[in-house]
Write a protein that binds this ligand. Structure first.
Ligand SMILES: *Cc1c(COP(=O)(O)O)cnc(C)c1O
Length: 378
């Protein structure tokens, strides 16, 4: 099945019993058993629910894995994956991971003696150097937020294999439409489905896909034991969102290219971060491991004052956290998503006070360009 068809026909996308072409919302917690100790495949909705199951089969199909899991948020998915490791274990992580993942690793998982080392995973040497005897996994995000740094997933898989580690990839930014880490050697791929997979700013959720039966069994055990499952309504919203994931990503890709062209020609913009730009560090790797570059663009307008002006003046770009929706969003990492990082550290990472991040939506590109143009005028 080709990529676009998979969004419509991959996994479970209809109801066998009734022929309904949309999976019904099984709003139910428990299931009648034919006899004590016998069940129909479903006994209690934390353990399994048909609507959630359909979504889980679908994410497994989209990521070319054997099994999928749906969680109540991206962070619930990441937390559950981290529960695979015992106290005393250690994980090597991308240094500019999502802020919530950073907080989880540094402030919560440390309570359970799960260690971490943050490294620039775009450097395979740095990753190898950070590996300790107790290291159990490499955790990678690519592209990253907000500088769109690229990590070579195949290289990471080689290193993981060599040291007998799991490779975990947060594939939120690239989406399963453009990038399939399992095909590149990853063991676990996860998503904040709140973003592109849901795509309509109306559901918070997380998805995981794996390609190994034992790993699948362990993750189901954790999902059922810790219980951070996605409800049937939200599972249905994701199934619905996934049907248009392909065409949304295609539209976002086109709009992003046009916006990058506009930003390049604008005298008030100094640096543009977008993996689709040939001069972007990591462009060649991004082009080789993903079919598209996505809809996240960051650019520098020179000062905090100018950035403040732009964010206040845009009409179509909505000033909000989050990303990956049909509507374009705009944010200022230094004051929003990355505000908790000390300014010095931000400067080291390249997150200046004038750095604006946009999440490109599917509006008419001419309107989006005009909107940015008027917002940047002195
Ligand atoms: C948003 C996000 C998360 C966390 O997901 P939630 O659904 O907000 O819990 C994790 N990773 C990345 C890359 C994200 O953008």
């Amino acid at each position: 099945m080709r990529r676009k068809t998979k969004m419509i026909h991959g996994g479970i996308t209809s109801d066998e019993k009734t022929g309904a072409v949309s999976v019904p919302i099984y709003q139910v917690s428990t299931y009648k058993q034919p006899g004590p100790g016998e069940h129909t495949g479903y006994e209690y909705s934390r353990t399994g629910n048909p609507t959630r199951h359909a979504l889980e089969e679908t994410i497994a199909a989209l990521e070319n894995g054997k099994a999928g899991f749906a969680f109540s948020s991206g962070m619930a998915a990441i937390t559950s994956v981290m529960m695979l490791f015992e106290a005393g274990s250690h994980v090597v992580m991308t240094d500019d991971v999502y802020g919530g993942s950073y907080r989880l690793a540094t402030k919560v998982l440390t309570r359970y003696q799960l260690g971490h080392t943050f490294v620039d995973t775009s450097s395979p040497e740095a990753v190898e150097q950070a590996i300790k005897p107790e290291t159990k996994a490499i955790y990678v995000e690519t592209p990253t937020n907000p500088l769109l740094k690229i990590t070579d997933i195949k290289k990471m898989a080689e290193i993981a294999k060599k040291h007998d580690l799991l490779l975990i990839v947060d594939n939120t930014f690239a989406t399963p439409y453009w990038q399939n880490p399992i095909d590149l050697g990853a063991d676990i791929v996860l998503h904040s489905a709140t973003k592109y997979i849901g795509g309509h700013s109306d559901v918070v959720s997380g998805l995981v896909a794996v390609n190994d039966d034992k790993l699948a069994e362990e993750l189901h055990f954790i999902q059922n034991s810790a219980g951070a499952v996605l409800g049937p309504q939200d599972s249905w919203l994701l199934l619905r969102g996934i049907k248009t994931l392909g065409i949304r990503m295609e539209a976002i890709e086109k709009n992003s290219a046009k916006l990058v062209d506009f930003l390049k020609s604008h005298p008030g913009v100094s640096t543009i971060y977008y993996p689709g730009l040939p001069e972007h560090k990591g462009h060649d790797i991004a082009a080789s491991q993903a079919e598209g570059f996505g809809g996240m663009i960051s650019f520098d307008v020179g000062s905090a004052e100018k950035a403040d002006q732009v964010l206040r003046k845009t009409k179509y770009f909505i000033l909000a956290e989050s990303l990956g929706a049909v509507e374009s969003l705009i944010s200022l990492p230094a004051k929003m998503t990355h505000a908790s990082i000390p300014q010095e550290r931000r400067a080291e990472l390249g997150i200046t006070d004038g750095l604006i991040r946009i999440s490109v939506g599917i509006e008419d590109s001419e309107d989006l360009i005009e909107d940015l143009k008027q917002a940047m005028e002195d």
